[in-house]
Design a protein around this ligand. Sequence first.
Ligand code: NI
Length: 172
Amino acid sequence: MGHPVLAAPARPVADPTDPAVRRLLGDMDETLTAAGGIGLAAPQVAVGRRVILYEVPAARNDGVAVPRRAMINPVLVPLDPVDDGPAVDSSWEACLSLPGLSGLVPRARRVRVEALDSDGTPVAFEATGFHARVLQHECDHLDGVLYPQRMTDLSSFGFVDERSTASVAPAS
Ligand code: NI
């Protein structure tokens, strides 16, 4: 946080088959694995391009894992939920660009996504819950937005280690 590339809108990828995009995805894959993270956006490795890489563990997605995958030039549209629940849900987020910190962030519970996959093939789908949250967090990086900017109450923003030692800890 604080690096200009993280605060600037990233530029679209003109040719997803460009070898430079292959190399970028390879670098991001290594970084995400080394960090043990769930998602990563190109600006987090100092590349201002509209590329994200993410996965969703089964335990966070009603038992359905989303294998690691790349999205190039993704576009998100928030949708109303299919059930009658609220359209927005608040939950804890952390970010590899803000090490050690977390906070409660409101996000749309359901989104529609259009993007190119790592081969440049168009994909379109809907995502809900934690999957939708990951996509919103990563796509925000492409617009120069970090999760604290989405928080409506900064009182939950703080260091994970400090919170875990407090007498009143959030459910985990
Ligand atoms: Ni992040």
